[in-house]
Design a protein. Structure first.
Length: 264
């Protein structure tokens, strides 16, 4: 290979390298321009999503979102109830009803709180409305305009609407479901069983006593009521209190350390 051919080859390589570098530079410029366009598109999308804002971070007056007034609805209360003013000293009930709870439990809780603050029938109607939310409020505003004239009427409509949510009424045999679980003290079991007796409302003492015996765990107290069977639940309570007190004395006695015998 002659010198001229070698020089020509080197020159060709240099030209090819220069062309390749120019192509790489052009590709870098295209990539940078593409990235800049993507960033600009992203910025524009963000501005459209958030809304145009001025340098202070507040919306321009002419670009502010239109005001949406609250939904208007007719009230089912009579004009007399509507005109009743609730005194400033009244505080709203601290209970809420969404449409999924037991209506009787809600009415009981509402009546309990209203007994503390008092108030007229119309005030009760207005305050009861304030306890409704969600689906329950939707039901309330769907009632006919001016239809409700008293709290008794409102309560009846409320019960009828949510009748399916009512818990089944307790029966006497529910007492047999109250069992003393392992580790539960006699005092805890007595209180739990007594609460169920009140809920059931039964006065059949033989059945109450029998259900208690079936539920209490085997032990000294169980043996005592088997040997000397009580006649009433009140007798069971009395004997349980005595048993708990005696057990406490025995426990304290066991925990005491006997004194050492004095030296002669």
């Amino acid at each position: 290979m002659t010198m001229e051919q070698l020089m020509g080859m080197m020159q060709g390589l240099q030209e090819a390298m220069a062309a390749s570098k120019a192509e790489q530079d052009r590709m870098q410029e295209d990539l940078a321009a593409s990235q800049a366009r993507n960033e600009e598109l992203h910025r524009v999308n963000e501005e459209f999503r958030r809304g145009w804002r001025n340098p202070t971070g507040q919306r321009d007056v002419d670009e502010a979102e239109p005001f949406t007034p609250p939904r208007e609805f007719s009230t089912p209360f009579s004009q007399q109830i509507l005109e009743t003013v609730i005194p400033n000293t009244f505080t709203g009930p601290k209970v809420t009803f969404t449409g999924m709870e037991d209506p009787e439990a809600h009415l009981t809780a509402f009546h309990t709180q209203m007994m503390l603050v008092g108030g007229s029938d119309a005030v009760r109607c207005k305050l009861f409305m304030s306890t409704l939310t969600g689906m329950a409020m939707d039901w309330f505003i769907s009632l006919s305009e001016g239809h409700i004239t008293s709290f008794a009427q409102l309560s009846q409509l409320f019960r009828e609407q949510y009748l399916a949510n009512r818990a089944p009424p307790p029966v006497s045999y529910d007492l047999f479901d109250v069992k003393q679980y392992q580790g539960e003290t006699l005092k805890e079991y007595i209180n739990c069983f007594g609460a169920q007796v009140l809920k059931v409302g039964t006065k059949e003492e033989p059945m109450i006593v029998y259900a208690f015996r079936k539920g209490v765990c085997p032990g000294p107290f169980y043996e005592s009521i088997i040997r000397n069977r009580p006649k009433t639940f009140a007798e069971i309570r009395r004997r349980a209190v005595e048993h708990i007190a005696s057990e406490g004395e025995v426990y304290e006695k066991r925990m005491c350390v006997a004194p050492a015998r004095p030296r002669a």
